[in-house]
Design a protein around this ligand. Structure first.
Ligand code: HEC
Ligand code: HEC
Length: 335
């Protein structure tokens, strides 16, 4: 048994003004201010509590599967395998996406079925293949851990533990998982020497001939919409993607346009992890996407010579930024 004083100390560290990293809520250059929801305002204590909950395996039925179990902090908070594995080692259908810059996301999940980070959290916690709990069950389990009391008090005013508060704290922490100040951001801010000639050529192809920016646009390189580029449509039972949410035939095989930041830290790619390298991804686009009845009409084949491939890969490399790397797992957990 650790003394409860340690938990209190963890909460107090959250108020230390000089501490960089997850507790610093101003994002790195290149990103807009974080849009904190009115009903869940930022506080260092709330972000710190959220971080501890995010890493705490006791939020799951088998005491092992924390959020970080799948969203690996060393892998830009994405999964490192094609499919994620939860309690009982069961397999999921989709790859675990990165959590960087989700603060600006208009919807969550590959099919956009949750609108906010707060609403998203009920998904993994109650999914029998992921953390396998109920919302009441997880609140009861956390409130039985005495060391959490002071942390909830610091974050919410009193030590009461509810699922709503758990979700709010974790969502606050998630909004601090950011990536910015990449070479590309510095280039956009006016430092013309931030990109090499090869990277500038890649950017030019990305925006013009490749038409990548039709979908990968904005500060996070996603228009936050859904598109069908054909990935996985050649499987026996293809993932319906966005159609599951809207029940529209035209949404078959559409997935959320993912961010292109920090790709180097989070292979494999695509909703099913089927592209192992970025060269594999470029091959898909050079073919104009994978043929299927609902293929996006904005995709067209192009000739990918070695030089263009090198330029594009160099440009994508310029999107590797900083922020999330400063987040370290909690040294101790409340007891
Ligand atoms: C068993 C592995 C697993 C666990 C545990 C898990 N996730 Fe996930 N997470 C996934 C997968 C897989 C997806 C994509 C599912 C989909 O799109 O249908 C996902 C999607 C997300 C997304 C949406 C990201 C986006 O780009 O749309 C967020 C946010 C998220 N998870 C946060 C969490 C939080 C917070 C927890 C802990 C409460 C958690 N996850 C636990 C595997 C996991
Ligand atoms: C019509 C919209 C659209 C266009 C145009 C487009 N993409 Fe994508 N991109 C997507 C979608 C949707 C996905 C996710 C598909 C999936 O997972 O099945 C994706 C995935 C990716 C990924 C993998 C990211 C990850 O996290 O797994 C990379 C890299 C990428 N695109 C680069 C490009 C490049 C380079 C171009 C231009 C040659 C381009 N995209 C053009 C919509 C688009």
């Amino acid at each position: 048994m650790r003394p409860p004083g340690i938990a209190l100390l963890v909460a107090l560290v959250g108020f230390s003004p000089g501490l960089a990293g997850p507790l610093d809520y101003s994002p790195p250059p290149g990103l807009p201010p974080i849009p904190w929801p009115v009903n869940n305002p930022y506080s260092p204590a709330r972000a710190e509590l959220g971080k501890i909950l995010f890493f705490d395996g006791r939020l799951s039925a088998n005491d092992v599967v924390s959020c970080a179990f799948c969203h690996d902090p060393g892998h830009a908070f994405a999964g490192s395998g094609a499919f994620s594995v939860g309690v009982d080692g069961k397999h999921e259908l989709r790859r675990t996406p990165t959590l960087i810059n989700r603060a600006w996301g208009k919807s969550q999940f590959w099919d956009g079925r949750a609108l906010t980070l707060e609403a998203q959290i009920v998904g993994p916690i109650t999914n029998p293949d992921e953390m396998g709990m109920t919302t009441e069950g997880v609140a009861r389990k956390v409130s039985a851990i005495k060391g959490y009391g002071p942390l909830f008090a610091a974050a919410f005013g009193d030590s009461g533990v509810t699922f709503d508060r758990i979700a709010k704290a974790i969502a606050t922490f998630e909004r601090t998982i950011v990536s910015g100040n990449s070479a590309y951001d510095r280039y956009r801010a006016g430092d013309k020497s931030a990109l090499t000639k090869q990277q500038k050529d890649g950017l030019d192809f990305f925006e013009k001939k490749g038409e990548c920016a039709e979908c990968h646009s904005g500060p996070d390189f996603s228009n936050e919409e859904f598109a069908n580029i054909g990935v996985g449509t050649d499987r026996p039972n293809p993932d319906p993607g966005r159609e599951d949410v809207t029940h529209k035939r035209s949404d078959t095989g559409r997935f959320k346009v993912p961010t292109l930041r920090d790709l180097a830290s989070r292979a494999p790619y695509m909703h099913d992890g089927s592209a192992k390298t970025l060269s594999d991804v470029l091959q898909i686009y050079a073919k104009g996407g994978l043929p299927n009845p609902h293929l996006d009409t904005r995709l067209a084949p192009f000739y990918l010579d070695k030089e263009t491939e090198r330029d594009l890969l160099a440009f994508l490399d310029s999107l590797n930024g900083e922020g999330w790397q400063n987040i370290k797992p909690p040294a101790t957990f409340p007891q």
